[in-house]
Design a protein around this ligand. Structure first.
Ligand code: HEC
Length: 144
């Protein structure tokens, strides 16, 4: 009798967990670009990698031809590494994160030496995870 109850409970529990697993659970645990990565780029990269605009009467162009303020332009990449700024599934081929890992003395280290703090290891790992998971921007499009 006791055994039956235990089994019934176990079955009920399994069924309940199956039901309480909505399709969105697929996304649970995945990195959320807009919430977790965009703030890092905004803080450390935007001042040099935004759409061409005027600042104090001067035209500011995105450095290296690279914009990081929109999903499409992030994928498009810059002058030297077009289509290799973010290579979905391949953080080791993605310059967005490779430049963050270069030693500060390297010419391509981002942000450039003296132009901002290094990106934390935790945030670099998060960006790598996001790229490994397929570099999904969700609903975020950013500036076109
Ligand atoms: C103070 C300005 C400045 C900041 C801040 C900055 N960059 Fe850059 N970035 C540059 C310049 C200048 C170049 C062009 C370098 C060159 O051609 O040697 C560049 C080039 C790049 C490139 C190469 C693009 C290509 O395909 O040619 C990448 C990738 C990059 N930056 C990523 C970043 C990331 C990621 C951040 C934030 C962590 C960042 N940058 C912050 C100035 C900046």
């Amino acid at each position: 009798m006791k055994k039956t109850i235990a089994l019934t409970l176990a079955a009920a529990f399994i069924a309940a967990s199956a039901i309480s697993t909505p399709s969105r659970a697929q996304d649970a645990g995945k990195v959320d670009f807009e919430k977790q990565i965009l703030p890092v780029l905004k803080e450390s990269c935007f001042k040099c990698h935004e759409k061409e605009h005027e600042e104090n009467g001067k035209v500011k162009k995105p450095k290296g031809g690279l914009r990081l303020d929109g999903a499409a332009v992030i994928m498009k990449g810059g002058k030297e590494y077009p289509n290799e700024n973010v290579v979905a599934g391949k953080p080791e081929a993605s310059w967005l994160v490779k430049t963050m890992e270069l030693p500060e003395s390297d010419d391509l280290a981002m942000p450039p030496e003296g132009k901002g703090d290094r990106i934390s290891k935790a945030n670099i790992d998060l960006i790598k995870k996001w790229i490994t998971e397929g570099a999904n921007f969700g609903a975020w499009k950013g500036v076109e």
